[in-house]
Design a binder for this molecule. Sequence first.
Ligand code: PMV
Length: 314
Amino acid sequence: MTTVQASACGKAILFGEHAVVYKQPAIAVPVTEVTATAIIGPLADDTPFTLVAPDLQQQVTLPDAPADDPLAVIVRKTLTQLQQSPPKATCLTLQSTIPLGRGLGSGAAISTAIVRALANFYNQPLSPAEVSALVYEVETLHHGTPSGIDNTVIAFDQPVYFIREQPIQRLRVATPFTLLIADTGRTAATREVVGYVRAQWQQTPELYEAYFAEIGVIAEQARHIIEHGYKDEAILGELMNQNQTLLSQMGVSSPQIDHLVQAARQAGVYGAKLSGAGWGGNVIALVESDDQATQVIDALQAAGAVAVIKTTVG
Ligand code: PMV
């Protein structure tokens, strides 16, 4: 048996997290600097199909895996879609450089890598839409009520303007721009933060619907700037700042996020905001140039960022 492998990138939400759950538009981009990889290879003897995830300290045979284990769920769903039974004497190993629970899409990327690797293994290609639909089913285990933005941007591997339950809209990036993605080092469970926003929305629906609507307008304006070339980059940065203010008012920022956002702004970025569910995870900052990026990376590290990724969008 030959070894087969497939990868999937991470993702960052540029605009519209949380509001996207309530059908407002959001913008997300692939982050290719981090990846999840699934490797399917032979096992020495006639053991059942085995899943190995060293980062999660997990090694389990498929028949022994709990019914709700996310890795086993995506494997089972993919095998059903491919109309295949689990291969014997075979092992699926996962490797990932995407930090867990930091809003960079680690769960969706791991699932996507598994689906792609199994499709390669059986030589039965699946379309990005088919991959995305399978991954979405597992996202419901992680998130409860996922909007579907993570599986869409990762499975399609393209910048997207995303509206829940609507067909994917690819985002054309007229002028590439550089983002820094700074890790607060804090993990937050998306399900909990999304649950908090839902509870707040139920208590004060008018207020939260106003937040969601304002964020939707920001995402729409950002789309226009990104697609038509942003001569005035400062506007895109200002939209990021406005989105951060609203997320903060909604209660999903945190002292660590605020600290990194402040540090980036003081170092002169166009704009900065949290990315993903909040309460931890990553902050994104729009920088003017590579020279400025170097200075801002230093400032973010001095302010406590445990890792900083530099990525180009477009
Ligand atoms: O998985 P995260 O942390 O990037 O959060 C996803 C973004 C949310 O809008 C908060 C939830 C969702 O399902 O869209």
